[in-house]
Design a binder for this molecule. Structure first.
Ligand code: VGL
Ligand code: ZN
Length: 202
């Protein structure tokens, strides 16, 4: 069970660890699968501390201006209720994981977790407020799109953000995209942290 009435709570947020972003998927992020063991370790730390784990999923309609076919940048991926949109089978999500779905608007990319909603349609920022979460640890895919937008929005909304630097991978359409994205995130006031460093803090 998740304890609700605690202040200054930390939570773990995993971005878009879905089949289509991993090896063999429609929009495979290079080495995307390699971060799964790191994410699983982080999950264990949060479970042990009875702290919430939240995940986002890219959850697009079949027709979206996000897809090449309809004028966007990407091959079709993470279409709602397809295998490609399922979480990677090796990701060991706790039973009470909170799922935030994004990218559902057919006219928007919807990269940020803060454009997403929970299963009841509650906006992500409200979900965090209801859980008294003030500090986020963030990992997942992809560094240069959904991770970046989610991190920058989290800072904008006033959350303290720790970017799990060994638990992210980028698309890198241009070779330096992830590097540039990480710089931009760090410049916004985010802390970069490794799994090891995090484990010691807890
Ligand atoms: C993402 C490209 C397209 C992401 C989503 O999760 O970073 N990237 N859709
Ligand atoms: Zn997408």
């Amino acid at each position: 069970m998740q304890e609700k009435n605690v202040k200054n709570r930390k939570a773990f947020l995993i971005i878009d660890l879905q089949n289509d972003f991993c090896l063999g998927g429609a929009l495979a992020v290079p080495q995307g699968d390699q971060i799964i063991p790191v994410l699983n370790e982080c999950i264990r730390v949060f479970i042990q501390k009875k702290l919430p784990v939240l995940v986002t999923r890219d959850w697009h309609p079949e027709k979206s201006s996000h897809f090449k076919e309809f004028g966007g940048l990407w091959p079709a991926h993470c279409v709602q209720n397809t295998k490609g949109a399922q979480f990677h089978p090796q990701l060991q999500l706790p039973e009470n994981t909170i799922i935030i779905s994004g990218g559902m608007n057919p006219n928007e990319d919807g990269y940020s977790a803060f454009d997403g909603v929970d299963s009841k349609g509650v906006e992500f920022v409200q979900v965090l407020k209801d859980l008294n979460i003030e500090e986020l640890y963030i990992g997942g895919l992809a560094t240069d799109y959904c991770v970046k937008q989610s991190v920058l929005d989290a800072v904008k909304y006033g959350f303290k953000v720790n970017l799990l630097i060994d638990a992210i991978k980028g698309v890198n359409i241009s070779p330096n995209d992830s590097k540039v994205a990480i710089k931009e995130m760090l410049n916004s006031g985010v802390s970069a942290i490794t799994l090891d460093e995090m484990s010691k803090q807890f």
